[in-house]
Write a protein that binds this ligand. Structure first.
Ligand code: HEM
Ligand code: CA
Length: 702
């Protein structure tokens, strides 16, 4: 840089990372004021916009709709949106005779993956979905009546607190009732000013105002040139390949743990009929439903007649895709729709324990604080689920067993020296999961997976299993006594694949295939999910991060330029998921800059926005750990967790860094060795309590 920006913001706002200041993408270059964060990172001076984290909010316009419309009109809008929803529901009722997903179809598998099982939870989800849709319909009516521009609607916010529309706002949890020593099971009351932040069954946030076609909730459909966008399947089939390209540094455990964390923080829910059965978005014949018979939440993917797999072999023209349900806005405003996250956004092992008091009750033994277990050949497995259908679900991580089968506890994996307590809790940092993360960047993991997992026994190949469909949703494999160790060994030794345009063929053709000739295409689903969640095209995120925008397809590199140009009308149309997979890798990273920032932003939110983060100081975190306990926690490692959870049948040695393949510097050692330290639980035996934190700090200093 010819001239380094000043350390502080001289004229306006606070110095923040560009990703936390979406409003800057609206500034002209000459209006942008740069600054330095901690003297090392270039930041931007920020004080305006929505969904962003700077300290001041003075630049953003907040209106009450009453200042723009009289209360009679507001009431009319409220009635009208209730009426429109009722109409949608009555059409849905008609469809129920026609368009129920057959349970044997691959699309049913996809649906069970993103549905909700528990009757009480389903009712809650459907209620919230209705509220949110009414608000979306009201937003639409409001925008039209007031002739608001798209731009105004994106950047300004319209409080509806004191209007009849507020009936559909998210209810505030009553935090006073809760004795706040530990996390609540649904994540509520973590943030004391915004008790719904991070709570289960609340909205994903958006890093940029969404790219909805109508700026409110309809999925993006047209190119910036005005032409139709290419179908998600066209992009998948023309651009994505099935070559094996390994990354010989990292092990499959990295992918597995990534998926585990991903599902701890986010699970979207597909629309279903009121009685929980699946809605079919394509006719059994493989054609699209005529418009009038298509459910309002269906967003089926076009399949071209020349499609080499679904089209030519199976005569399909339509790929099932159901939209995620919406959630009401956290702050009771009119505006664009956001999607509902069923689980607690925080990293809190909700994959294991569930995201509500009811789910926890179901899993706990209520004896010595332990979980219920299923004793199988002398091993403790998770309890079996009475619902055999759950076998093809993602309920709590995996299936047939209640909750997750992943027998790993969540510990922080850094063995680092540093201040005893973290000091960066930030009560204005919204911890919610972003759509960009969960419906885009964090699905980079799908590219890591190779076709098979090889199980070894005594150094010989015992079984070669295809990830899809032979391991996915077949947890009964786990009951073969020696399989668990063999899987663990494979996870810590087999390398992942590179994050790129290459995918395991099964993920592109046979996901949820079961007994059928074909399954669904996860890559098409990911691209369509991005459009469903209103994720902006890739280039907008370059802008958001302060990176130069791509001006032509050749900026993606010669390898992709030609193919991209035959698919997309403009470089400004490239979907985030696609651009993120193709972008040049950042130094030392598995992914490129844009995915890297979106992922880093998310983990920063999840840590800094979580009052109960385990390292937080007792002043902040009421369930803090004693320094001696923290020291124990920090001793542990993923290697120790693998060792301690193995059955000890064939797994007796692991390399200290299990996310990396064994090497000269990372040689397998005996699980009994204290080179892989264990946690000393005796430090939890006596729990001193401090009433005065200054005392506490004095003890720390000694
Ligand atoms: C064989 C391995 C895997 C299979 C078959 C698989 C399959 C799926 C499916 C079917 C969905 C739902 C798609 C939709 O309806 O939008 C999904 C979502 C997702 N997957 Fe994977 N996945 C695998 C591995 C991974 C890995 C390794 C990661 C990350 C490192 C990952 C991250 C995610 C995320 C973040 C979501 C979105 C969750 C949500 O918010 O609902 N997956 N996956
Ligand atoms: Ca969680």
């Amino acid at each position: 840089e010819p001239n380094t920006p000043p350390k502080e913001c001289l004229n306006r706002g606070n110095c923040t990372l560009p990703i936390w200041c979406p409003a800057h993408v609206y500034f002209k270059e000459s209006e942008k004021e740069h600054c330095m964060i901690n003297g090392v990172r270039k930041g931007i001076c920020c004080n305006t916009g929505r969904n962003f984290m700077p300290r001041t909010n003075s630049g953003s316009a907040r209106h009450s709709p009453e200042s723009l419309l009289d209360s009679k009109t507001i009431s009319a809008i409220s009635r009208q949106s209730a009426h429109s929803l009722a109409e949608l529901r009555s059409n849905e009722h008609q469809l129920h005779k026609l368009a129920v997903l057959p349970e044997s179809s691959p699309d049913f598998g996809l649906f069970t993956n993103s549905r909700t099982y528990d009757v009480a939870e389903l009712a809650k989800v459907q209620n919230l979905a209705d509220q949110a849709r009414r608000l979306a319909l009201a937003s639409n009516a409001f925008k039209r009546r007031r002739s608001l521009t798209d731009d105004q609607f994106e950047r300004e916010s319209f409080d509806i607190d004191s209007t009849p529309l507020s009936e559909d706002c998210l209810p505030e949890p009553d935090c006073v009732e809760i004795v706040g020593v530990y996390r609540t099971s649904d994540g509520s009351c973590n943030n004391q000013l915004h008790p719904t932040w991070g709570q289960a069954l609340t909205a994903n946030l958006k890093l940029l105002p969404p790219a909805y076609e109508d700026h409110i909730f309809e999925a993006r459909k047209f190119s910036v040139t005005g032409q139709l966008l290419p179908s998600a399947r066209t992009i998948s089939s023309r651009l994505m390949k099935n070559k094996d390209v390994f990354n010989s540094n990292f092990t499959l455990l990295l992918a597995q743990f990534g998926q585990f964390i991903g599902h701890d923080v986010s699970q979207s829910v597909d629309h279903s009929f009121r009685n929980s059965s699946g809605i079919s978005c394509c006719m059994d014949s493989g054609d699209h439903w005529p418009e009038r018979l298509r459910h309002f939440a269906c967003l089926p993917i076009d399949v071209s007649p020349s499609d080499g797999f679904y089209g030519r072999h199976f005569g399909r023209r339509c790929m099932h895709f159901m939209r995620s349900v919406f959630a009401p806005d956290h702050e009771c405003r009119l505006g664009y729709a956001s999607q509902l996250d069923k689980v607690t956004h925080f990293i809190d092992a909700s994959t294991v324990y569930g995201s509500s008091v009811e789910q926890q009750g179901d899993l706990r033994a209520f004896e010595n604080g332990q979980l219920k277990v299923f004793r199988d050949f002398g091993r403790n497995l998770l309890p079996l689920d009475e619902d055999s259908n759950a076998c093809i679900s993602r309920k709590g991580g995996s299936a047939c067993f209640k909750s997750g089968t992943e027998a790993i506890d969540l510990y922080d994996l850094r063995l680092q020296e540093g201040p005893i307590y973290a000091i960066d809790y930030d009560p204005i940092m919204e911890p919610s999961v972003s759509s960009e993360f969960t419906a885009g960047a964090f699905r980079f993991g799908h590219s890591l997976i190779e076709t098979t997992i090889t199980l070894l026994k005594g150094g010989r190949v015992d079984q070669v299993l295809a990830f899809v469909p032979e391991t996915m949703n077949y947890p009964s494999q786990m009951r073969r006594i020696d399989v668990f160790d063999m899987i663990l060994i494979a996870l810590i030794t087999q390398p992942v694949q590179q994050v790129d345009e290459n995918f395991n063929e099964n993920l592109q053709k046979y996901v949820f295939r079961f007994g059928n000739c074909f399954g669904t295409d996860l890559i098409s689903i990911n691209i369509q999910r991005g459009r469903d969640h209103g994720i902006q095209p890739y280039n907008r995120y370059r802008e958001l991060l302060g990176l130069p925008k791509f001006t032509s397809f050749s900026d993606f590199g010669p390898k992709y330029a030609k193919t991209l140009a035959t698919i997309y009308p403009s470089v400004d149309d490239v979907d985030l998921y696609v651009g993120g997979l193709l972008e040049q890798k950042a130094p030392g990273a598995l992914v490129g800059r844009v995915f890297q920032h979106i992922i880093a932003d998310q983990f920063a939110r999840l840590k800094r926005g979580d009052r109960y983060f385990f390292e937080n100081h007792p002043r902040i975190n009421p369930s803090y750990f004693e320094p001696a306990q923290l020291a124990e926690i920090r001793k542990t490692s993923m290697a120790r967790i693998v060792c301690d959870n193995a059955d000890g049948l064939s797994l007796g040695m692991v390399q200290p860094e299990v996310f990396k393949v064994p090497s000269t510097w990372n040689q397998p050692i005996d699980c009994k060795s204290n080179i892989i330290p264990s946690i000393d639980l005796s430090k939890w035996r006596s729990i001193p309590t401090y009433t005065d934190y200054d005392d506490y700090d004095n003890i720390l200093m000694q």
